[in-house]
Design a protein around this ligand. Structure first.
Ligand code: KIV
Length: 313
């Protein structure tokens, strides 16, 4: 079976969870039923396939990719092409989860028309089922919905506004800014946003917004009352190189595991214990005899390097 094949049947290979496609209306239904929405970022085929098979409801190709995959200091430099390519890879790995693509900085800030044109590229060229935009851009949400594109809003600590905010700071800490945030969330929902990510806001504020909004809130650093939670894949697995933020829970130390595995591999190569004879391909005995005869008897067993080494000198 090739690595890109999906097993047949209608349940996930590893969990047995029935594969019922998650859609934007399904998220609203989950909110109505009080069923928490699990969300995670994804940037490539294998990790998105694992997350999908683990039953995650929403996978976001986040522009956090700029930092955790490409090593940039913030999310501002990433381009449309750099976001489209991983979105295509994630599309190939995902069957059940809702696939949301993050619109990069600059792709929707100039004009509504440019924002709609770039969002269409995510749907048409990369298979995204919704796009996410940061900030209270009500007019753009209306235009996207009119163009049949589902939108996820993102309010609170919006990393694309890092320079305006003066750093990554918890937002809506005063009564006035909390009220404004709530008004923005309601306006996005009213304009047609299918969900709203709330990032880096006090729990009490997120709880009140969640209670008043018809569409789901997905929290990150916004407390447990949100309708769903999202984490960055690399944070969840400790694949980062900085201390975790307060809201991050590390579910595994993949960074430690990977480092230790690579060290063992390097040591095996240096000691010539990798690959072993069992990990090597062999000639059939008759072919080997013929080969050794035509090659003037030089052994090809893989264990005796002495004659080959002499010959190479
Ligand atoms: O880019 C991203 O990863 C995000 C999530 C943190 C919500 O926007």
């Amino acid at each position: 079976m090739s690595v890109t094949n999906f097993p047949g049947g209608s349940s996930s290979a590893s969990t047995g969870i029935p594969i019922t496609k998650v859609t934007v209306p399904a998220l609203a239904e989950m909110k109505r039923q009080g069923k928490p929405i699990s969300a995670l970022t994804a940037y490539d085929y294998s990790s998105s396939r694992l997350a999908d098979e683990a039953g995650i409801d929403l996978l976001l190709v986040g522009d956090s990719l700029a930092m955790v995959v490409l090593g940039h200091e913030n999310t501002l430099a990433i381009t449309m092409d750099e976001m489209l390519q991983p979105t295509r890879a994630v599309r190939r790995g995902v069957r059940r989860a809702l696939l949301v693509a993050d619109m990069p900085f600059g792709s929707y800030h100039g004009s509504v028309a440019e924002g709609v044109a770039n969002a269409i590229r995510f749907v048409k060229e990369a298979g995204a089922e919704a796009v996410k935009i940061e900030g209270p851009r009500v007019e753009l949400v209306r235009a996207l919905v009119a163009a049949e594109i589902s939108v996820v809003g993102h309010l609170g600590l919006t990393p694309q506004s890092i320079h305006r905010m003066g750093g990554y700071r918890v937002q809506a800490r005063t009564a006035e800014t909390a009220s404004r945030l709530k008004a923005d969330a309601l306006a996005l929902a009213e304009a047609g946003a299918g969900a709203v990510v709330l990032e880096g806001v006090p729990r009490e504020v997120a709880a009140q917004i969640t209670a008043e909004l018809q569409v789901p809130t997905i929290g990150i650093g916004a407390g447990p009352e949100c309708d769903g939670q999202i984490l960055v894949y690399h944070d969840l697995l400790n694949l980062t190189f900085a201390p975790a933020a307060k809201f991050v829970r590390r579910y595994a130390d993949a960074g430690g595991l990977i480092r230790a595995a690579i060290e063992r591999y390097r040591e095996d190569v240096e000691r010539r214990t990798f690959p072993s004879d069992e990990e090597s391909y062999h000639l059939a005995p008759a072919v080997r005899r013929e080969f050794e005869e035509t090659d003037r008897g030089r052994p090809v067993s893989g264990h005796d390097f002495s004659r080959a080494a002499k010959a190479a000198k």
